[in-house]
Design a protein around this ligand. Structure first.
Ligand code: MOS
Length: 730
């Protein structure tokens, strides 16, 4: 079926998921399963002086209580900086390399009496039932000698100046600041700590058989998890098999590796039983990362027509005392607008917080809130339509890398989005549009997101009974990867879509990158296409070997049957970003348009509609693609209006580590959303012309909302979220 690509298709795993047939990690209940839960430190900093296990150990069903006093030797692990830095993988390890003379030792739970953030795991209890384990967590009472802690970057902190992160310079100064610009605007923005809160909390079930361990894990990267767990156990990766067939959302919180993924295997080995280590909702806030709060200062210098002459974007963000990840807010600022003078800097302070980690377009999202809000402010100051101001500063090529874009339809996104939305040619002045008691406002902002690709392998198994099985270790974290792989193979091999089965998320399947940074489509589809070509060649050889005419109208399955084979296997590999490809910059672009209503007396704010036009290259499946963008827009609405966790003022615990105190948009909060794809096949990027689109919907949306609030009310909100309490306070 050669039309499979570009055809709307519901997710092929949708029914399995909504009917409960799809088994998630914590659904695995092997014989003899033990339940492990963590005990969190109630305070941020200090030294554990006493941690009595005896009360917990006496609870019926409790099998073990591990603390720093008995764990190290028993569980036979050692923190090894190269592997076990909190937030594991490549990202966290390199972020602050060279930025400080003496990197701190890596964090490892139960590694010693020292407490370095509130919520740190100070004990792990294991029991024959979840109930007994829960009771035991309450019975572990630590005594902690507190020391002062600080969680918020502040003036006077010894800030680090990191060099390179997320493939970009973190300290950039280009051109010289204009001496007497006509207009100067200096603004400061704050975004709060955000928690991922995916539907499915992280969980790991480890089952040893002899000297190999099977691990059912909720992770964005099965291969990365396998390597991490194997390294922590000091065994060969072949002895660890990670299964993440279904993942109930990741949002970045399951992108990096976290200690619980290894600990489950250590505890299972030590106790000689399968072990499930389940993160509670509260654990999710401290043991699987978060987006840190940010403070961002944006300075704009412009001529009277809104042409930027200088753009400064300084970010002040925290990292943990032992980790390395920080929010790289300036990524899009490096290249989205054309300006002779540019300064993008990041200052990072070590604080007594759990490690931050990637979160729904890390960097681009909070960064675009600040810069896109400031540009709106400049536009209104100058009396220029905010859309026109952005057009005037369009970067026709990538000014940071000094390269051409592979394909950039941003101007078309502006035009198509504005048309569909009905964006006014002349902006009515703020506070002039009304609907009954409500003030009405329009706001817009630009979004952009990089399009990386990494090498990946896809295997095909053509079976004599007619099915074609697609296999790769890549995960589908709710994106639709299963479905678009089936579409790709249906298209390139000409097999019936319904006869294609896709197996994902098993580390013993061919190698694939972690699902993150919106790279899976561009990494996997070319590999699937390559596998189709190999399979076709093998079939041709098979046909020739059996004297079947090459151009016979026999189906591939008929050839297989004639040859007496049960199955034919082929693998294809993609190259990721080749050196040749690096001559250009691969980015996706878009524009968000928001209409909302504000009743200032009640503080009531309702977004009434969103129109977003995006250039993500060619769209493989309009249904799943639109769903991804809608999800991103909903993230953006949450960020703009609802989301935000805080630190308790005394003990620095996280307030909002549950779904009651951390509001996210629900159906009733979500307005009509129109997603428009400006499709231009990016064939310089890959043969499909497709770029990833998992995150492009998020950046810019919060700014579009804040800009619409300004247009409605005449008031600028530079601190998120824009809550009813802030709207009613004057
Ligand atoms: Mo995603 S926030 O790149 O895992």
């Amino acid at each position: 079926m050669l039309t499979a690509i570009g055809t709307p298709r519901p997710r092929i795993d949708g029914v399995d998921k909504v009917t409960g047939r799809a088994a998630y990690a914590a659904d695995r209940r092997p014989e003899g399963l033990l339940y492990a839960l963590a005990v969190r430190s109630p305070v941020a900093c200090g030294t554990i002086t006493a941690l009595d296990r005896s009360v917990a150990e006496a609870i019926p069903g409790v099998v073990a209580v591990y603390t720093h006093e008995n764990a190290a030797g028993l569980l036979d692990w050692r923190p090894r900086p190269a592997v076990l830095a909190l937030g594991g993988e490549a990202l966290g390890r390199t972020a602050l390399a060279g930025a400080e003379p003496e990197p701190p030792p890596p964090y490892w739970p139960l590694g010693g009496p020292e407490v370095v953030f509130a919520g740190q795991w100070i004990a792990i209890v294991v029991a024959t039932s979840l109930e007994a384990a829960r009771e035991a967590t309450l019975a572990v009472r630590p005594r902690i000698l507190r020391t002062p802690s600080s969680v918020q970057p502040a003036v006077g902190d010894p800030f680090l100046a990191p060099g390179f992160f997320f493939a970009a310079d973190m300290q950039v100064r280009r051109g010289s600041w204009p001496e007497a610009p006509e207009v100067v605007l200096s603004t400061t923005f704050h975004t709060p700590m955000q928690l991922h809160h995916p539907m499915e909390p992280s969980a790991t079930v480890a089952i040893w058989r002899g000297d190999t361990v099977a691990v059912h894990d909720s992770t964005q990267g099965a291969v990365a998890a396998r390597d991490y767990i194997a390294a922590s156990l000091d065994i060969a990766p072949e002895r660890v098999r990670v299964d993440a067939a279904y993942v109930g959302g990741g949002f970045g919180g399951k992108n990096q590796m976290w200690p619980h993924q290894a600990l489950a295997a250590h505890i299972a080995r030590h106790l000689g039983h399968p072990v499930r280590l389940q993160l509670t909702r509260a654990d999710m806030a401290v043991a699987s990362g978060h987006r840190s709060g940010t403070e961002q200062v944006v300075d704009l210098a412009s001529d009277g027509e809104g042409h930027l002459e200088g753009l400064r974007h300084a970010s002040f963000v925290p990292t943990s005392l032992r980790g390395n990840f920080f929010e790289p807010c300036g990524l899009n600022t490096l290249l989205l607008y054309d300006t002779p003078a540019l300064e993008v800097t990041h200052a990072v302070a070590r604080k007594a917080i759990a490690s931050p980690t990637p979160f729904r377009a890390p960097g681009e999202t909070p960064g675009s809130f600040a810069v896109e809000s400031a540009l709106d402010e400049l536009a209104f100051d100058l009396g220029i339509n905010p859309l026109e101001l952005r057009r005037r500063n369009f970067a026709a090529r990538d000014p940071y890398h000094q390269r051409d874009w592979s394909s950039n339809q941003l101007l078309a996104c502006y035009a198509r989005g504005a048309e569909a939305f009905g964006w006014p040619e002349q902006m009515p002045p703020p506070r002039t549009l009304r609907d009954g008691d409500a003030l009405v406002g329009f706001g817009m902002a630009t979004t952009a997101y990089p399009a990386p690709a990494l090498p990946a392998t896809v295997r095909l198994r053509l079976q004599a009974e007619g099915s074609l099985v697609v296999e790769t270790s890549a995960t589908d974290i709710g994106t639709g990867m299963r479905t678009i792989l089936a579409q790709t193979v249906a298209d390139r091999f000409g097999h019936a879509f319904d006869d294609i089965a896709v197996r994902l998320g098993d580390s013993s399947l061919p190698d694939a990158p972690t699902a993150g940074r919106s790279k899976s489509t561009a990494s996997l589809l070319p590999a699937a296409a390559a596998a189709c070509a190999v399979l076709r060649d093998k079939l041709a050889d098979l046909a020739a070997g059996h004297g079947l005419p090459a151009a016979s109208n026999r189906s591939p399955v008929a050839v297989l049957q004639a040859a007496g084979l049960a199955e034919l296997v082929a693998e294809g590999r993609s190259a990721g970003m080749t050196d040749k490809a690096k001559d250009r910059s691969y980015y996706s672009f878009g524009a968000h348009f928001v209409e909302l209503r504000v009743d200032e007396r009640l503080g009531r704010l309702r977004v009434s509609r969103v129109v977003s036009a995006l250039d993500c290259g060619r769209i493989i499946n309009p249904t799943t693609a639109t769903s991804q963008i809608r999800g991103g827009i909903i993230f953006g609405l949450g960020m703009a209006l609802m989301e935000g966790a805080a630190f308790h003022p005394v003990d620095h615990r996280i307030i909002g580590d549950n779904l009651a105190d951390y509001p996210v948009p629900v159906h009733a909060d979500i307005p009509p959303i129109e997603v428009i794809f400006v499709e231009n096949a990016d064939t310089a990027f890959n043969e499909f012309g497709a770029r990833g689109l998992g995150e492009i919907g998020v950046p810019g949306l919060a700014a579009a909302v804040a800009n619409a609030v300004f247009h409605a009310t005449g008031r600028r909100f530079r601190d998120l979220p824009i809550t009813p309490a802030k709207i009613v306070s004057l």
